[in-house]
Design a protein around this ligand. Sequence first.
Ligand code: CU
Length: 434
Amino acid sequence: MQDRRRFLQHAAALGAGGLSLRGQTQARRAMPADQPAPTAPPATTTGPGVQTPDLKKLPWTDDGGVKVFQLVAEPVRQELIPGKTLDLWGFNGSAPGPLIEANQGDRLRIVFDNHLPEPIAIHWHGLEVPNAMDGVMSLTQPPVLPGGRFVYEFTLRQEGTYFYHSHMAMQEMMGLIGPLILHPSRPYSTAVDQDYVIVLQEYAARPNNPVPDSMAMEFNWLTMNGKSGPATTPLIIRHNQRVKIRLINLGMDAHPIHLHGFQFWITGTEGGRQPESNWIRRNTVLVGVAQAFDLEFHATHLGEWMLHCHLPHHMMNHMVSPVGPLTRGTMTGAGRGAGKMAGMPGMAGAAMHGMALPPGWIAPNANRVPGFPQDAYMEGPMAAMDAAVAKPETYGLPPGWSGAVQGMMTLVRVLEPAMFDHIERLRAAAGGQS
Ligand SMILES: [Cu+2]
């Protein structure tokens, strides 16, 4: 909220009143070049612009025109959904790390500290930096040892959606990646009202073991900005706004990210903004490993629209090998619905605790059907956790909604102005974005 308030004061001073709270990016870019830049306070975030649901922005300080960021790699405890927390490695308290947001032409200094128990170096993925800043341990720089520090400094020549990550393979699978967004020095020809970034990650975590297996290839926890559905914070859109969603993937899988209700244009890749003649219209984009895509669309259709990875295994939480009827009796410990083991109300947990399923949801002969059970949450609302994940952005969703949102999944809520404004007020009262 600090940033919004500062922006609004600044906008008012420029006579740019009447803008919506979310017109920030446009307004900032629309400022004539001869307008004085806002005075940088001693420590600030990079300012409004990209929204990072469930993630923080890394603050910076100004040192004679150089933007100075303090980046720390460290063990973190990341809550994916209420009741499920993993021991990951991340940056500045989260996995993925916070957003680094800057402008094309900026000079960046990143003071990097290693609080991990082993060496690391940080790579600036896709950035054209001097070779000595490229972050490949023992090739372009000495390893940053435990307790050590390395200072990266370079000028940003590019614009678009980038990311930073450990250049050590197994460390990547422990969470060590973060988004890096560079705003263009000349505004893009089509301005957007909403600008989001979502980092896609995956973990293989056995029940009751909070440390993911970085060597496994079968992932049972899929995240967007470090959260699994339904704990992912929905994107709140006013009807008819133009929306940009930036997707970044660094893991072992490509993720086919699908948006319900709309066709979008792919306007950018990890290589930056694409010329309009190259824009492609789709509703699903396969975000490959080490790739980024910028999607844009006009939110012309009201409703609660899903945005999710379409790999079936990536649309679930707690996935472990199904063992059939065992999960329906007093046994827990296996099967996707056996969430109770990890403290979650899954199907088996519900059965074990005698919770009543809605009549007709399960066939009387279900246990005799080979392959049963498959989708735990479909057995009823016991897998829903609406209250546990309630926040301003979930206001007004129908009861039981959270049972339908799992894994690498979030919601794009295109709302009537009155509802949009109401949720904005709730968010403001709660202290800004979730
Ligand atoms: Cu996926």
